[in-house]
Write a protein that binds this ligand. Structure first.
Ligand code: ZN
Length: 325
C-alpha cells in the first residue's frame, strides 16, 4: 500500500521573468516537510502561512526543511522559520559554505570570476561586474543561514531518493518520490524558460562545465520518466518528458548557432556574446556570459572547437572539418 502523501504547493507570483516563486509543503504520514523556502519577503511569508492555515497547519507543524540548492530565491524564509520553530535544515554538502556565505569561500569565488571575465575578453564590463559582486558580498551578508545545516546523503530520507542534478547550481539536488513518480527538481526544468547553466567554480576554484552537467542532469531525469515535476518557478510540469526533450534540443540548437559564429571568425566568448545578444550582453552580462561559455564548453567536448590562450585571453576556433567521402 502506498503511504499517505499530499503536496501543498506554495506559488507566489512575481513580475519578472520567473513568473512565480514556488516551494512545497509535503505531508508524508506524520511528517510535514518544506521543500525550499522562497524569498525572504512578506509575500512569501504570507503565502506560506496562508497555505499552512488553509490546510489546518501552522509553522510549528513543519518537521524539517529540505533545500534543492543554495540560491536566495529558494532559501529566503529559512532563518525566519527556524527562529520561530527550530527544526532540522537539510541541504547538499556542497551547499553549506554557500549557504553560510563562508568568507574565504566567497572571496575565492570572487577571484574566480575576476579571472574568468578577464580570460574571456570581457574587459571593462568584467571589471564592472566584479565591483558589483564585491558590493553584493557586503549587501547580502544577512542572507547567510544562521542555523545548523545537515548535509543530505543518499540515505537521509526514507521517503525520497536524492538525485544529484548539478548544472544550474553546483549543489543542485532533486527529490524523487519513487512510488508516485513525482520529482521535486528546483530549477533544473522550468515550464516557460530554460534554466541557465550558471558558470561557477568547484570547491577548489576550478571552473565547472555547467551546461554539460545540466545536460547530464536532464538525461538523468528523463530516464526516470517522471509523471509530475514540481519546479522552482512557473507551472507545475505535467508533461516533463516532452519538455526535457525540448530543452535538450535547445542546447543543440544554441551550440550550433555559436559554432556558426566561430566559423565566421568571432573568436572570444565576449565577442560571441556581444554579437549574438547585442544589448542583452550589457543588460544581463553574467547570464549571457554563462550561456555562451557553457555552450562553448559543450562544443569543445564534442570536438567541434578548440581554444588557445593569446595574451591571457581565450580564443576559440573550429577544428578542421573532416572531408566527406
Ligand atoms: Zn530559482
Amino acid at each position: 500500500m502506498k503511504e499517505d502523501c499530499e503536496v501543498f504547493p506554495i506559488i507566489v507570483p512575481v513580475e519578472y521573468g520567473l513568473k512565480t516563486i514556488n516551494f512545497f509543503l509535503v505531508r508524508k504520514e506524520k511528517r510535514l516537510l518544506l521543500i525550499d523556502a522562497g524569498i525572504d519577503d512578506e509575500l512569501c511569508w504570507g503565502a506560506l502561512n496562508k497555505t499552512l492555515n488553509e490546510n489546518g497547519f501552522s509553522i510549528r507543524d513543519i518537521t524539517e526543511i529540505i533545500l534543492t540548492h543554495h540560491h536566495f530565491d529558494h532559501i529566503g524564509l529559512v532563518n525566519r522559520i527556524v527562529q520561530e520553530h527550530p527544526i532540522p535544515v537539510y541541504a547538499s554538502p556542497l551547499s553549506i559554505k554557500r549557504l553560510k556565505r563562508d568568507s574565504v569561500f566567497m572571496k575565492n569565488r570572487l577571484a574566480f570570476y575576476e579571472r574568468f571575465y578577464q580570460e574571456m575578453g570581457c574587459g571593462e564590463l568584467g571589471k564592472k561586474q566584479i565591483q558589483y559582486l564585491n558590493k553584493a558580498l557586503e549587501k547580502n551578508k544577512h542572507q547567510a543561514l544562521q542555523c545548523e545545516i545537515s548535509p543530505i546523503t543518499a540515505s537521509t530520507f526514507q521517503h525520497f531518493s536524492v538525485l544529484e542534478i548539478p548544472g544550474h547550481a553546483p549543489d543542485h539536488l532533486a527529490f524523487w518520490d519513487k512510488e508516485r513518480n513525482w520529482l521535486f527538481s528546483g530549477d533544473l526544468l522550468l515550464e516557460h524558460i530554460s534554466s541557465n547553466a550558471l558558470i561557477e567554480p568547484d570547491e577548489n576554484g576550478n571552473r565547472l562545465q555547467t551546461l554539460i552537467q545540466q545536460r547530464d542532469s536532464l538525461l538523468k531525469c528523463l530516464k526516470l520518466q517522471p509523471e509530475i515535476v514540481f519546479s522552482g518557478h512557473g507551472q507545475v510540469i505535467s508533461e516533463p518528458n516532452r519538455l526535457i526533450q525540448l530543452r535538450l534540443e535547445r542546447i543543440e540548437d544554441k551550440a550550433e548557432r555559436f559554432y556558426q559564429l566561430i566559423l565566421t571568425g568571432f573568436s572570444t566568448a565576449s565577442e560571441i556574446a556581444e554579437t549574438y545578444y547585442k544589448k542583452t550582453y550589457l543588460a544581463q552580462f553574467s547570464l549571457v556570459m554563462s550561456e555562451v561559455v557553457s555552450h562553448l564548453d559543450y562544443l569543445e567536448l564534442q570536438g567541434k572547437i578548440k581554444k588557445k590562450q593569446v595574451k591571457g585571453i581565450w580564443h576559440y576556433s573550429a577544428m578542421a572539418t573532416h572531408t566527406a567521402h
